[in-house]
Design a protein around this ligand. Sequence first.
Ligand code: HEM
Length: 161
Amino acid sequence: MRFTFAAMNTWYYISVWLHIIGVSFWLGSMLFLPLALLPAIKNNPDRANLMMETGIKFRFYGYITMALLLITGIANIFLRGIKVSLDFFLESSYGNLVIVKIILFLSILAIGFWHDVHAKKRLLSEVHNRRFKMVARWSGRLMLLISLAMAFIGVILSRGG
Ligand code: HEM
């Protein structure tokens, strides 16, 4: 079942634009860290501190970006003139895709929380530090894969779902 759409309005364009800016920062950082920063500081004696400082800075802007993506993501739906209802979510392909996107979004937040819990414990012992390194490696990879999937779903949504 496809829903008709109201004329596109300026706020809708601004919302999608902000959404794409947020996506660019998020995906750009997710790719920059493993492809540019990590290889560049591989042999730097201060590598651990540089990574931790970078991680703390990114985490601050990362959470702001996640909030922006959630707010503009929901605004995109309403500003596009979609009559949101339970029916819409359960019966339309657009609605189904939005549900998938929200589940993936919540999983990114959960992985981020998992990463932060282990980051706090890393100084307790060498075992905790080794575990944190493993968690940091896998949480980064998982978040990148999930974010790329969300971008693909977003492209489909933008074209009507
Ligand atoms: C990491 C998180 C996210 C990423 C990487 C992402 C990525 C994208 C991309 C690439 C587009 C296509 C833009 C275009 O082709 O014009 C898009 C559109 C969209 N996204 Fe997201 N998004 C994210 C989070 C969310 C969330 C949490 C929601 C919903 C609550 C959402 C809802 C939408 C909607 C409704 C559109 C369609 C906009 C339109 O009408 O053109 N997104 N997203």
